[in-house]
Design a protein around this ligand. Structure first.
Ligand code: SF4
Length: 269
């Protein structure tokens, strides 16, 4: 069973990686086709400009291709082959929108592509785990985890939560107290960014939907984010849930390091 789960999870990660490889091929073909169309005119205008565009184009494709090669290698083996200066961000930023487009052509929803991206992100998190400073771990929660009918204002101060059991917020606060780690609740991306600026965490475990996790992971850079997907039994943004065991294990994984990695590999994000 664990083996099957692991294989399914690995396939999830490969959806985004395979789409990225296809996107890169499409980008290269499109770039050469575009250059084939405009090069006679650019050459006629200025041979120097033509050379400059050629060098810039080849360099850009080289950086993106190299970045993707290292991402695939690091994600597949969960070993650190990445440079520490953000090449992976450039590659993912360029390829992400093409991945969404190609995913649609293959009948994948945006959320399926995004979920796969979160799994790639988490595998890269594990790959670079030794570089991550764990002294300021923050758990970032979405406001929609709170019971919709709860009258207590927990975004400004989570201590206003009465821990009544009406939603999972009280349990998560207890978990953060057990591990002596910080927690914040945000109503959206703007507030989440404000929290990151104010609290300056060194690493984040974020709970959110596929869309918010994808944008949050990219916005938080260079702070590493481990993503845990929420569950939405009542539809989006209302009375959402999260698997507490998965959240607890993500926190333990970060606090205890790679020694729990093997066990955690069998858990879904
Ligand atoms: S645990 Fe109870 S008091 Fe706390 S946020 Fe949920 S419903 Fe409100």
């Amino acid at each position: 069973m664990a083996d099957l789960e692991n294989r399914l999870r690995a396939k999830g990660k490969w959806t985004f990686l395979a789409l990225s490889i296809l996107s890169l091929v499409a980008l290269i073909i499109l770039s050469f086709f575009l250059w084939y169309l405009i090069s006679p005119r650019v050459n006629a205008m200025s041979p120097f400009l033509s050379l400059a565009i050629k060098i810039l184009g080849i360099l850009s494709l080289f950086v993106i291709s190299g970045g993707l090669f290292l991402i695939v290698l690091s994600s597949a083996l969960e070993r650190d082959f990445l440079f520490p200066h953000g090449e992976k961000q450039i590659t993912l930023k360029v390829l992400f929108p093409i991945n969404l487009f190609l995913g649609k052509l293959f009948g994948l929803s945006k959320d399926q592509v995004r979920e796969s991206f979160v799994q790639v992100n988490n595998s890269l998190f594990k790959a670079t785990e030794k570089r991550i400073e764990k002294d300021r771990l923050l758990i970032l929660l979405p406001h929609c985890l709170q019971n919709f009918d709860c009258p207590h204002k927990i975004v400004a101060n989570y201590n206003n939560c009465q821990r009544c059991g009406g939603c999972l917020i009280g349990d998560i606060i207890e978990m953060t107290e057990k591990y002596n780690i910080d927690v914040s609740i945000a109503t959206g991306g703007t507030l989440a960014r404000k929290v990151m600026v104010e609290k300056r965490p060194s690493v984040i475990v974020a709970v959110a939907c596929e869309r918010d996790l994808c944008s949050g992971i990219q916005d938080a850079y260079p702070i590493p984010v481990y993503g845990v997907l929420n569950e939405r039994p009542y539809g989006p943004c209302m009375n959402t849930k999260v698997n507490l065991e998965n959240l607890d294990q993500a926190v333990q994984y970060i606090l205890n390091g790679a020694k729990d990695a093997k066990r955690y590999n069998h858990q879904r994000v």
